[in-house]
Write a protein that binds this ligand. Structure first.
Ligand SMILES: Cc1cc2nc3c(=O)[nH]c(=O)nc-3n(C[C@H](O)[C@H](O)[C@H](O)COP(=O)(O)OP(=O)(O)OC[C@H]3O[C@@H](n4cnc5c(N)ncnc54)[C@H](O)[C@@H]3O)c2cc1C
Length: 246
C-alpha cells in the first residue's frame, strides 16, 4: 500500500500556456533518478491521482515536476491551477525502473524524449552516474514548438561544463527553430540525420533510453531492434530501455 506525504506547492512556473513546472516541498525522501511518484488531489468529493516523474535530482530538497496540461484530461488541469501555499499529496515510496542502474554499460548514452518525457533525464544528469559511466551522452528532446523546450538554462550549463562529452539536440516538429531538427524521431534515425547532428553512431555499444509518447517509443524501438539494438531486459541485457507515459 502506498503511503502519502503532504506537500506544499512552492511554485507553479509556466513555460508556456500548457507546459508548467510544479515545485513542491515535502519532508525529504530517497529516490533513484528516473523514478516517479503519484500526485493526489481531492476532486468532486473523491480523490484523483496520476504518475509524475521527478525532475529534481535526489539531493535537491524541493520536488520538481514538468507537466503538460491535457485539455480534456482530468488531473493535469487541476495541477495547472495550483498556487503556492496549496497542498498536494505525494505517494511513497517512489516507483519505477527507468533508472541508470537498470542500463548496461556502453560507450554512449542516448537520452531520447518527447515532451515532458525529458524530466527523468534531467534528474539523471544532475547525478554523477551518467558522467562517470558514459564517454558520450546525447540528450534528444522532441517537442511541437520551440517554446516547449523547457529547462534550457540547466541544459546549457551541462553543454558548457561537458563540451566533449555531452550534446543536446532539440527536434521541433511544427515550426523551424534554430539548431533544431524537424521530423519524427524514427525517421530522423533511419535517415541518419540524428546521428549526423550529434556526431555519433548507433551501434551495439550505445545504450538508448526512450521516454514519453508511446507511439514514438514503439516505432523507435522497432527500428532500433532492426539496427541490432534490442530491448534491455533484466534476464537478457540489451540496448533500449523505455518508459511509457500513457
Ligand atoms: C510512469 C509515468 C510517469 C509520468 N510522468 C509524467 C510527467 O512527468 N509529466 C506529465 O505531464 N505526465 C506524466 N505522466 C502522465 C500523467 O500520469 C497523466 O497521464 C497526464 O498528466 C494526463 O492526466 P490527465 O488526468 O490530465 O489526463 P487523462 O484523462 O488521464 O488523459 C490521458 C491522455 O492524455 C494524453 N497524455 C498523457 N500524458 C501526457 C503528456 N505528458 N504529454 C502529452 N499527452 C499526454 C494521452 O493521450 C492520454 O491518453 C506519466 C505517466 C506515467 C505512467
Amino acid at each position: 500500500m502506498a503511503q502519502w506525504l503532504t506537500g506544499e506547492v512552492i511554485e507553479n512556473y509556466a513555460w508556456n500556456q500548457e507546459l508548467f513546472s510544479l515545485r513542491v516541498r515535502t519532508e525529504p525522501f530517497a529516490f533513484i533518478a528516473g523514478q516517479f511518484v503519484r500526485l493526489r488531489l481531492e476532486h468532486d468529493g473523491g480523490r484523483v491521482q496520476r504518475a509524475y516523474s521527478l525532475v529534481n535530482g535526489p539531493d535537491d530538497s524541493i520536488l520538481d515536476f514538468l507537466v503538460n496540461r491535457i485539455h480534456d484530461g482530468l488531473f493535469s488541469p487541476l495541477l495547472h491551477q495550483l498556487q503556492p501555499g496549496q497542498l498536494i499529496e505525494v505517494s511513497q515510496p517512489p516507483s519505477g525502473f527507468f533508472t541508470l542502474n537498470e542500463v548496461p554499460d556502453g560507450d554512449s548514452l542516448w537520452l531520447i524524449a518527447t515532451g515532458t518525457g525529458i524530466g527523468p533525464y534531467l534528474s539523471m544528469l544532475s547525478t554523477h552516474e551518467p558522467w562517470q559511466r558514459f564517454a558520450r551522452i546525447h540528450l534528444v528532446h522532441a517537442v511541437r514548438y520551440g517554446a516547449d523546450l523547457a529547462y534550457q538554462n540547466k541544459i546549457m550549463d551541462w553543454v558548457a561544463l561537458y563540451p566533449n562529452q555531452f550534446t543536446y539536440q532539440p527536434i521541433v516538429s511544427r515550426e523551424d527553430y534554430p539548431g533544431a531538427l524537424r521530423g519524427r524521431i524514427p525517421a530522423l534515425i533511419e535517415s541518419n540525420q540524428l546521428q549526423q547532428a550529434v556526431g555519433d553512431t548507433l551501434t551495439n555499444r550505445a545504450q538508448v533510453m526512450l521516454c514519453g509518447n508511446p507511439e514514438m517509443i514503439r516505432d523507435t524501438r522497432a527500428l532500433l531492434d532492426v539496427m541490432g539494438l534490442p530491448k534491455n531486459l533484466r534476464r537478457k541485457p540489451g540496448n533500449v530501455t523505455m518508459e511509457h507515459y500513457w
